[in-house]
Design a protein around this ligand. Structure first.
Ligand SMILES: NC(=O)C1=CN([C@@H]2O[C@H](COP(=O)(O)OP(=O)(O)OC[C@H]3O[C@@H](n4cnc5c(N)ncnc54)[C@H](OP(=O)(O)O)[C@@H]3O)[C@@H](O)[C@H]2O)C=CC1
Ligand SMILES: O=C([O-])CC(=O)C(=O)O
Length: 277
């Protein structure tokens, strides 16, 4: 079985990484260590000199460049930067008929022209499973009829602090001693109110019944050390419930599994045997 999973020799795909934070640094390391069929050629960071120093081990074959220069140096880009940068990272790649992996997927809702651009130019946008589970099952169920998708997210206070919704609604969570429900609404509303905290809800909605029908509750829970997402789906093909407890990465808002999901998605692109979505 192991032999059957081996990657067939084919041309190497050049990879660019936009954003060298919790996700981007993990991906650099994985690509440097080797993912068969892929080669890291370019990275972008806010402070390029600091990044060059921090990631000196990548050596001279990896270019440290501004976002605008990535497309000329790579076949695919992995967007793992602040959400506001999504169009300038993804736009040039899909316009050139190339592939963009998007982690800041909540920002896709406000930038749907990127999907049109990909369609017009033969590009592709791939949203990896990121910090959530079961997108394959939800997407399969969506080929039939889904009645409802409900998600309850519980996060430690550090995973929610600074979210625009909290600021606008004047909700202070620093001092809470009991779990507090801070939001109830749709995935689309959460994307606006929690743009850096609820990409998972948007990914779920895009896999299933869309951002306006996917219902979400967000709880701040001072007793938690992990981001916990529970999803309940009712469909004419199946009813299922799933829970994931994400162990934080260097960024308390981001689960460790997020970067791993990108590595898995890259491997699936080339594997002769592909399991799941
Ligand atoms: N889909 C999913 O399941 C998940 C998605 N995410 C999303 O993925 C994205 C990345 O997450 P994460 O790695 O944790 O975030 P981090 O904040 O750790 O990293 C983002 C990086 O982007 C850098 N950056 C800022 N400005 C620029 C610029 N102009 N050009 C290039 N890089 C820049 C930042 O640099 P500096 O620090 O110097 O400002 C930082 O290093 C976020 O939008 C997050 O919300 C996160 C978790 C799960
Ligand atoms: O939704 C996100 O962007 C991140 C998240 O909840 C997690 O890592 O569990």
């Amino acid at each position: 079985m192991t032999a059957a999973l081996a990657v067939r020799p084919q041309e190497e795909t050049r990879v660019a990484i936009a954003g060298l934070g919790a996700i981007g640094v993990g991906l650099c390391k994985a690509l440097h260590d080797g993912i068969a069929g892929f080669r890291l050629t370019a990275v972008s960071a806010r402070d390029l000199d600091a990044a060059r120093e921090r990631l000196a081990y990548l050596g001279p074959s990896v270019a440290f460049v501004p976002i605008a220069e990535l497309e000329g140096l790579a076949d695919i880009v992995i967007e793992c930067a602040p959400a506001a940068l999504l169009p300038e990272i993804v736009g040039p790649f899909v316009k050139a008929g190339k592939t963009a992996f998007v982690l800041s997927c909540a920002a896709l809702l406000g930038n749907s022209e990127l999907v049109d651009l990909a369609e017009a130019h033969g590009g592709r946008i791939i949203v990896p499973s990121g910090a959530i589970l079961g997108l394959d099952a939800v997407n399969a169920a969506a080929q039939g009829k889904i009645e409802s998708v409900r998600m309850v997210t519980r996060k430690p206070v550090t995973g929610l602090k600074g979210a625009p919704f909290l600021v606008e609604q004047n909700i202070t969570i620093d001092e809470i001693t009991e779990p507090l429900r801070i939001f109830k609404g749709t995935a689309r509303q959460a994307a606006v109110g929690f743009p850096a905290n609820l990409n998972v809800a948007v990914a779920l909605s895009l896999a299933g019944i869309g951002p306006d029908r996917t219902e979400l509750e967000i709880w701040a829970d001072p007793s938690l050390k992990r981001n916990v997402h529970n999803i309940q789906v009712k469909a004419d093909s199946a009813e299922f419930e799933m829970t994931i407890e994400n162990i934080p990465s260097d960024n308390p808002k981001t689960g460790r599994i997020t970067a791993l999901s990108v590595i898995s998605a890259l491997k699936k692109m080339k594997a002769p045997l592909r399991i799941g979505g």
